[in-house]
Design a protein around this ligand. Structure first.
Ligand SMILES: [Zn+2]
Ligand SMILES: [Zn+2]
Length: 127
């Protein structure tokens, strides 16, 4: 008897989470579909064209980074391929860091701290 009660409770909370996930996925699928209908299937950065199965690589970027801001006219959406989308977000992080410490932010990476030098050190160590 007690087992039945416990089982019911666990299933209930799991269902809520599943429903929330489904709703989120449906919402994302919804604005993606709308954006793809509104805009030509072209990446806004590298201008590559996507069609057929490749269309999956085209994602919807939110210009103000607010995923809940989905105006029907598409004014907050930009179609970006997976690579450019990734780049767009890492660029935003970089800008935020620069804002925090403008005096220490270097315009270009230092040659002395090259990632390749570190890599060479690492591989030399393991051998
Ligand atoms: Zn692109
Ligand atoms: Zn984005």
């Amino acid at each position: 008897m007690n087992n039945a009660g416990r089982g019911k409770k666990a299933a209930g909370s799991g269902e809520v989470v599943a429903a929330m996930r489904r709703e989120q996925q449906a919402r994302q699928a919804g604005y993606r579909e709308q954006a793809i209908k509104l805009f030509p299937p072209v990446c806004g950065r590298c201008t590559r064209e996507f069609e057929g199965r490749k269309l999956r690589e085209l994602t919807v970027h939110h210009i103000d980074h607010n995923h809940d801001n989905n105006p029907a006219d598409g004014s907050n959406w930009e179609l970006l391929c997976l690579y450019c989308h990734d780049h767009e977000h890492s660029r935003g992080v970089q800008q935020d860091r620069d804002k925090e410490s403008p005096s220490t932010a270097a315009g270009r990476p230092s040659l002395r701290h090259s990632p390749f030098a570190a890599l060479a050190e690492l591989t030399g160590d393991s051998n």
